[in-house]
Design a protein around this ligand. Sequence first.
Ligand code: NAP
Length: 356
Amino acid sequence: MATIDPKAPVMVTGATGYVAGWLVKTLLDRGHTVHAAVRDPGNAKKRAHLDAMAEAAPGEIRYFAADLLTEGAYAEAMKGCELVFHTASPFTSEVKDPQKELVEPAQLGTRNVLEEANRTESVRRVVVTSSCAAVYGDNIDMRETPNGIFDEAVWNTSSSLAHQPYSYSKTVAEQEAWKIAEAQGRWDLVVLNPALVMGPGTNPFGTSESFALLRQFGDGTFKIGAPAYGMGVVDVRDLAEAHYRAGFTPEANGRNIIVGHNTDIREMATLLRERFGDRYPLPKRSLPKWVVWLVGPMKNKLLTRKVVNRNIGLPWKGDNAKGVRELGLSYRPLDVTLVEMFEQMAETGGFDKAKA
Ligand code: NAP
C-alpha cells in the first residue's frame, strides 16, 4: 500500500503516446508536475499537444530524453518521483522482426524502467500499462478459463513470436514487471490490463494501432462486411482516470482489467453506421467466417488463418468488476467513444490519407 505525495513529480514514460496523452492531461489539470520521458524531446511537433495542455493547466511538464533500450536512460526523469507510470511500449502491426521491434522494447524496456525504480529511493509505486493481451491470446482461450470469462487470474499462454506477437510482447513484459516487483519491498506494482483503447486522441495524428483499426471503418476496408471478431473496448479518457486512480489510491493492487464494453467489430460498425452511414462506406452486413478465412490473410497480414480460426465468431468477455469495485471506475457508452473518435479522424483527414 503506497500513499503518494501529490506535490512530488510524477513520471510518465512514453508521454507522446495515445494512451499517455490523456493521462498527462489528467495529471496537469489536477496540478501535478509531470516528468515526461520521451524518445525525442527536441521534436516540437510531437510535443505540441502536450505543451498546449500544460499551458492551459495548473500543473507543469518537464521533458526528459529516454529510450526503452538504453540502460539507465530513465534516471534523470525519475529523480524525486514517488509515482512512475510506465506506458511506453510499441503498439503496431507494422513489424518485420517481432523479437527486436516488439518483445525487446516491451520486456527489456520494462526491466530498464523498473530497475531504475529500484535505484531511485523516492519511488513508492509503479503503475505498468500492460494489456488484456497479457490475459488472453485468442478468443478461443476463454473456453479454458476457470470462470468462463477473462479475469485477472488468467494469463495469456497461447501467444508466441510466430502467433499474435504483440500479445506475446505484452505478456513477457508484464511477467518481467512482476518478477522485479516481487524481488524488492520499497515500491508496489499496480498493473492495468486495458482492452482495445478507442476515443479521440489528445494528438489527433496518433500512430497507435487504435487509430489504424478505427481508420478501417472509414476507409472502406470493411465495406463488404464486418467480421464477427469479439473484443473488449475502453475509452481512452476512462483509461486515463483508471491510471490516475491506480496511482493515487493507496489500496490499489495487482492486475486490473480495464474494459468498458464486451463487443465485436460488427456492433462497432452498426453504431458508427447509424451516425455516419450516409457519408462513409461502413459495412451493412456481417462477413461469414469462411470469407474472412479466405480473404483475411490477403487484406491484413495479422489476420492469418490461425487467427481467423481461433477468433472469428467467438465471443469475448472481460470482467471489469475489480476496477469498478476497488478503483471506483465507470465507463462511457461505447457509441460516444466511437463516434467522437470517428468525428476527430474525419475532421483531421485521417480517412483521406489512408486512401491516398
Ligand atoms: P502509442 O501511441 O504508439 O504509444 C507508445 C509509446 O511508446 C509512444 O510514446 C512511443 O514513443 C513509446 N515507445 C515506443 N518504443 C519506444 C522506445 N524504444 N523507447 C521509448 N519509448 C518508446 O500506443 P498506445 O496505444 O498509446 O500504447 C501505450 C501503452 O498502452 C502500451 O504499453 C500499449 O501496449 C498499451 N495498450 C494499448 C492499447 C490500445 O488499444 N491502444 C490497449 C491495451 C494496452 P514515440 O512517440 O517516440 O514513438
